[in-house]
Design a protein around this ligand. Structure first.
Ligand SMILES: [Zn+2]
Ligand SMILES: [Zn+2]
Length: 239
């Protein structure tokens, strides 16, 4: 934890930032490069692969994923986005969460999704990490993305409502949908009291990358069980 704090302090204050896109000395992703990132105007449903108008999932997919809307900004294959996310997570640079969140907000505004979110969502919740992973990494990257997005969208963020109870194997190492769901089964819980809705507002889940949607699904399922009416999701990239 301390090491990652020192590292981030050094990164932010001493080493100049170079744009992952154009290499210009500025921020880690400059606004000019937002335009050239391979981004989607409509996100793709991870269940039926349809392009989603205003992120709205068809009824069958809503029932399957427990999510009402999904917004995924960019193609994970875009090397600039991929490297930013990888360095955020594996090189312990939480300073990279800010430009990624700024890019996400820019994308939401560009596609006229930002107001939709502001008008419908009262709380942002990042996907939690298990405590052993949190200890190893020193921070939760999704929390940092959520913090910056919360400021930009002017929506409060709750980091402690959802918890990850046990370690799971990376979803990428699972082969079938059944394995993925089994791997994540009961992996998340809320601090709520049974039968009492934890919040009286719709919730926006935040994560870095959307792949199969299994993690978002498990979190949404728990929130739904605890009285949340609508669960939306925002990820910076989709793979
Ligand atoms: Zn640039
Ligand atoms: Zn679908």
């Amino acid at each position: 934890m301390l090491l990652s704090k020192i590292r981030n302090f050094v990164t932010e204050s001493v080493i100049p930032s170079y744009c992952y896109g154009c290499k210009k000395e500025s921020t880690y992703l400059c606004e000019d490069c937002f335009e050239i990132i391979n981004s989607f105007s409509k996100s793709i449903c991870p269940h039926c692969k349809q392009a989603l108008a205003f992120g709205k999932l068809p009824n069958t997919c809503r029932r399957e994923l427990y999510l009402d809307r999904i917004f995924s900004c960019a193609d994970y294959k875009d090397v600039r986005i991929k490297n930013l996310i990888k360095d955020l997570k594996y090189n312990y640079s939480f300073a990279l969460a800010k430009p990624l969140a700024e890019f996400g907000y820019w994308w939401l505004q560009k596609n006229e999704y930002a107001d939709e979110i502001k008008n419908n969502i009262g709380l942002i919740i990042p996907i939690p990490l298990h405590k052993t992973k949190l200890k190893k990494r020193g921070f939760n990257h999704a929390e940092h993305l959520a913090k910056h997005l919360g400021v930009l969208l002017d929506i409060p963020v709750a980091n402690n409502l959802l918890t990850k109870n046990r370690r799971t194997i990376p979803q990428i190492e699972t082969e079938t949908k059944e394995q993925r769901q089994e791997n994540l089964k009961n992996a998340f819980s809320t601090i709520g009291t049974p039968g009492v809705p934890i919040v009286s507002t719709n919730v926006l889940l935040i994560d870095d990358v959307l792949t199969t949607g299994s993690t978002l699904r498990e979190c949404a399922k728990v929130l739904r069980k605890n009285g949340v009416k609508e669960v939306w999701a925002l990820t910076i990239a989709q793979d």
